[in-house]
Design a protein around this ligand. Structure first.
Ligand code: IVH
Length: 718
């Protein structure tokens, strides 16, 4: 034998090696493609070791499709780029069956000779992995390219050779050349095991199966890829030479399967759009129990002749469309449940999740809403859960997957104490929220201040949540109103605050003090159930914080969108001692929209309460409030007074009377107290009259009231 020449193998060794390759191919396919092994792992390993031994002894026997090559080993410096022989297109999306039907109508317009009844669709799950092209010359795997930009991909041949369900040699009717296209992915089960291994070895955890698959495919050391549980599922072809012609996508897919590839489970033919709808609905149901992650389905026109007629746009084929799930979902581990204390003291449970990519966004936390929700979904710490994101909505935990429990999961017990202040918590009857009862809870103050300065509140430029937290940490605030009392020295003492930024903060404060509108201020107070829209409606209706704070539930219920629950919440807010103090502090700081209107002629702080205009024409011009409230109200003797109605009125309903009183500038109260200026008495007044007399409250009959509000006196009833 000459130097360098490979040792010739005896005939029986060559025959045995060929036999071993065929056996390993067959059993590999039974195991990895068909999921139906015929021999044990140990028997497979014995065949594999025998082949490896022969190849070591006679290197000449090493063939390019030997299963021993699947262990990898080549190390690249970078992944070379290579052009695709035919572009790898993307897909257009539809997000509902309705949009899908519209897509079909559009196709039919492009195919005037085709009747809808003759259209059939090859349906496949849309796998959430990485697009890949595998190239076979005369049946032997020679190259793998990622999709790349669709025209040029990265060559990842060595890595794809390690993928156990990728045939290294094709079976069936083998063409001269075939480019098989499909998706590389990692199943959910394999992904969980991979991450568990990563965790054990102190490696980096993957955010989701897709990332793990993409990272594995692009490894420079193919032995690393070989240890990753990658799978390839075929969905079509690129260039094909030397094969028979098929007439449908279904036939093409069956041929691909016979070549030795795995195709997606549930792939099938639908003979009409109605059948497609059924197929889609059953996929939606099966979505979470699928062995791998899906992001929808792909519908392809079954007839290849029609596919050819329809062709491609610059981006995507016209003959195929992706039906996407409206809300992307992914699995994550529920690592822990923490509690967030809101500005109303409500303790909101929040799921801390293993980072997971849900529709392109990495999610680490998701709201669990309340205690009942955790119970109803039987969520346990340590569970694998489904996380969903619909549009811009906050991610939520859809359900736990109890079948994946291993017994270490723990039931979450809602604490009896606030996690921030240690104070007692309480759940009111009929309410879902558990609340911290400590009004001085630092979390409640922190969230109130953050809300107060936020966009939904006074929207003070430059005053974000971070600054609020700094101020609270420095113990400079004990109420949101305190920010208006801050001195420059206070702000300069904070980290990262220089003269210039303090000047800007100060300017923003002064601007807010002067220009804040009533709806903004109401919204900034953070009254439960009162958002920006309701705040506008309340400002429009009451015209001043004095009138709003004096309004009873009945009067509040007359406001658009305000029902008994919201009205009660507003009432409770204004009755709370701490909130009254807050209002007085704001008034004292000149943050009092209607007071400003008077400051043209009088210093606002000295103005007696009854003199405050219920509505400022200034703010009206800003367009936030209803026309109805005009400065005219100042003419009424009821202006700035408090009033209450009792007994049956004859000319007016109670709500009409309240509206008139408010229009005249009075605040309508819900009970008799020393704060009450007038009790208007109708027929059969009850205990209210007695109480009012005892307190020396002024009593009016209906006629006197009507005169005071300048309304025409009702004619005597016949
Ligand atoms: S067919 C000509 N079928 O979706 C377009 N694509 O959003 C060929 N995908 O890049 C695509 N499952 O990687 C097709 N059953 C399936 C698929 C599928 C997943 C991927 C594919 C493509 C992406 C487009």
């Amino acid at each position: 034998m000459k130097d360098g020449e490979a040792k010739a193998a005896p005939e029986d060794a060559a025959a045995r090696a060929a036999r071993l390759i065929a056996l390993l191919e067959h059993h590999g396919r039974r195991y990895h493609v068909l999921d139906d092994p015929e021999i044990s792992d140990a028997e497979y390993d014995a065949l594999f070791m025998e082949l490896l031994g022969l190849e070591e002894q006679y290197p000449v026997l090493r063939s390019p499709h030997s299963p021993t090559l699947r262990v990898g080993g080549e190390i690249l410096e970078s992944l070379p780029s290579r052009a695709h022989s035919l572009p790898m297109y993307s897909l257009d999306n539809v997000f509902s069956l309705g949009e899908g039907r519209e897509y079909v109508r559009k196709l039919l317009r492009l195919l005037p000779d085709v009747d809808e009844s003759s259209l059939s669709f090859w349906m496949e799950p849309k796998m959430d992995g990485l697009a890949m092209e595998l190239i076979y010359e005369r049946g032997i795997f020679v190259r793998a390219l990622t999709r790349g930009d669709g025209l040029t991909g990265e060559e990842v041949t060595g890595n794809m050779r390690t993928v156990r369900n990728v045939p290294l040699r094709l079976s069936g009717s083998v063409p001269d050349l075939v480019e098989v296209r499909g998706e590389v992915l990692i199943s959910r089960k394999d992904f969980a095991a991979l991450n568990a291994r990563q965790e054990q070895s102190g490696g980096k955890l993957f955010a989701n199966p897709r990332n793990a698959a993409a990272g594995s495919v692009r490894q420079l050391d193919s032995s690393v890829a070989a240890r990753r549980p990658l799978r390839f599922l075929a969905y079509g072809t690129g260039r094909v030479e030397g094969a028979k012609a098929w007439s449908t996508q279904q036939e093409l897919m069956f041929w691909i399967r016979d070549l030795g590839f795995e195709i997606a489970p549930k792939a099938g033919l639908c003979l009409s759009f109605a059948a497609l709808e059924q197929w889609w609905n059953s996929l939606v149901t099966a979505r979470d129990s699928f062995p791998f992650e899906l992001d929808g389905a792909v519908a392809k026109i079954n007839s290849l002749a029609l596919q050819e007629k329809l062709g491609f746009t610059s981006r995507a084929p016209r003959f195929a469309v992706a039906f996407k799930f409206a809300a992307p979902r992914a699995r994550a581990k529920l690592l822990d449940i923490s509690l967030q204390v809101g500005r109303t003291g409500a303790l909101t449970p929040v799921a801390n999740l293993s980072p997971v990519n849900v529709g392109g966004v990495v999610v680490r936390r998701a709201t669990l809403h309340n205690e009942d929700e955790i119970r109803a979904k039987d969520l346990r710490i340590g569970d694998t859960v489904l996380v969903q994101r619909a549009g811009d909505v906050i991610p939520e935990v859809v359900a736990a997957l109890p079948e994946l429990r291993d017994g270490t999961e723990k039931v979450f017990i809602f604490p009896a104490h606030c996690p921030e202040c240690g104070g007692g918590v309480f759940r009111e009857k009929g309410e879902s929220a558990v609340r911290c009862l400590n009004r001085a809870c630092p979390a409640v103050l922190r969230e109130s201040v953050k809300h107060f300065v936020s966009k939904a509140g006074l929207d003070i430029q430059g005053w974000g949540g971070k600054l609020a937290e700094q101020l609270l940490r420095a113990k400079l605030l004990s109420s949101p109103a305190d920010i208006f009392a801050l001195k420059d020295e206070d702000l300069l003492g904070l980290e990262r605050q220089g003269e210039k930024s303090v000047a800007n903060l100060r300017a923003a404060l002064e601007d807010t003090r002067r220009n804040c509108t009533l709806p903004r201020l109401i919204s900034a107070l953070g009254i439960r159930h009162v958002g920006e829209e309701t705040a506008k409606a309340l400002a429009g209706e009451f015209g001043s914080l004095d009138a709003l704070s004096a309004a009873d539930v009945e009067a509040l219920c007359r406001v658009r969108d305000v029902g008994p629950e919201v009205a009660a919440s507003i009432r409770d807010f204004f009755l709370a001692e701490g909130n009254r103090r807050l209002l007085e502090d704001l008034r004292g700081q000149g943050v009092w929209p209607e007071a400003r209107a008077m400051s043209v002629s009088e210093p606002e702080r000295e103005m007696p309460r009854q003199m405050l205009l219920p509505f400022s024409p200034d703010t009206e011009k800003k367009g936030d409030m209803a026309e109805e409230k005009s400065g005219k109200a100042g003419a009424s003797p009821l202006y700035g007074k408090t009033i209450l109605f009792t007994g049956a009125l004859s000319a007016l309903s109670r709500s009409e009377a309240s509206r008139l009183a408010e229009k005249a500038g009075a605040g309508v109260l819900s009970g008799v107290s020393a704060r009450l200026d007038y009790l208007v008495v109708g027929d059969s007044p009850g205990s209210k009259l007695r109480k009012a007399e005892a307190l020396g409250v002024g009593v009016l009959n209906e006629e006197e009231f009507l005169r005071m509000v300048n309304a025409p006196v009702a004619p005597e009833k016949a």
